[in-house]
Ligand binder design. Structure first.
Ligand code: ADP
Ligand code: MG
Length: 245
């Protein structure tokens, strides 16, 4: 059974058909890149998986169970996490404290006696920071970090609730080319280790073709093609409609 199955989902905003009858699926441990020009419907698709938008038609299944149109908090509790395009860390807190906050919020113990609960979570926070290679910076304030490191802290925070599926909408926006590859290599390694699925959008073709296991191409709200990076790179329709070669 697929971890995520999207069946014929559509969403219109007034007269704009943002997403039309899109279907694809994603397996545990797999990285699927959703690519397409600006306005193709990538974020709208993400929002229908995460619950920020309800589809007009179609269904979203997680492990075979419908999560279609459920509120974001419920979908999050079902094991769907997400990172955001703008970094969501607290600049004045340290790296470790940010991850502790994410762990507390994942546990819904945010209202328990704060200092003790926070202390309790430090060991777990350090374990997550180790996974993203941020242990040496654990006690620095987030405001002192380079942008690429903030993105790695964000990834550690997104892992706090141990999601089965992680949605990453333009995770590498604003990063230097080498850093982009490194971040998605890291996401890929973690996805394999945890058997977590990752759905991500990305503009850099180096990252898409180098790191994704499969690629789905959206153009004007419709799924133009879906396959391995090799298949997508060789697909003439994709080249004409999107890659511009
Ligand atoms: P992408 O993420 O691929 O750039 P989006 O999913 O953000 O594309 O947008 C797809 C289409 O839907 C675009 O034409 C966009 O202008 C439109 N759209 C997205 N969100 C809204 C909204 N909340 N209200 C009206 N139109 C929207
Ligand atoms: Mg978008």
């Amino acid at each position: 059974m697929s971890l995520l199955q999207i069946r014929n989902i559509s969403k219109a905003f007034g007269g704009v058909k943002a997403v039309q009858n899109v279907s694809f699926s994603l397996q545990a441990g797999e990285l699927l890149a959703l690519i397409g020009p600006n306005g193709a419907g990538k974020s709208t698709t993400f929002n229908m998986v995460g619950g920020q938008l309800a589809p007009d038609n179609g269904a979203v299944l997680l492990n075979g169970q419908s999560i279609t149109g459920l509120p974001p908090r419920t979908i999050w509790r079902c094991g769907v996490g997400r990172t955001f395009q703008i970094a969501q860390t607290f600049a004045s807190l340290t790296v470790a404290e940010n991850v502790q906050m994410a762990l507390l919020s994942a546990d819904r113990k945010i209202f328990s006696w704060w200092p003790r609960a926070a202390n309790h979570r430090r060991t777990e926070a350090l374990a997550l920071l180790e996974q993203v290679g941020m242990t040496p910076q654990a006690d620095r304030p987030c405001s002192a970090l380079a942008y690429g490191d903030v993105k790695r802290v964000e990834l550690a925070m997104a892992l706090a609730p141990a999601p089965q599926l992680l949605l990453m909408d333009e995770p590498t926006a604003g990063m230097a080319p080498g850093e982009r590859v490194a971040l998605m290599q890291l996401a890929r390694r973690i996805a394999r280790e945890r058997q977590m699925g990752v759905l991500f959008t990305e503009h850099s073709m180096d990252v898409v073709f180098g790191q994704a296991d499969r690629v789905a191409v959206l153009v004007r709200g419709q799924l133009l093609a879906e396959g391995t990076p090799q298949q997508i790179r060789a697909d003439e329709r994709v080249q004409q409609a999107y890659l511009g070669t």
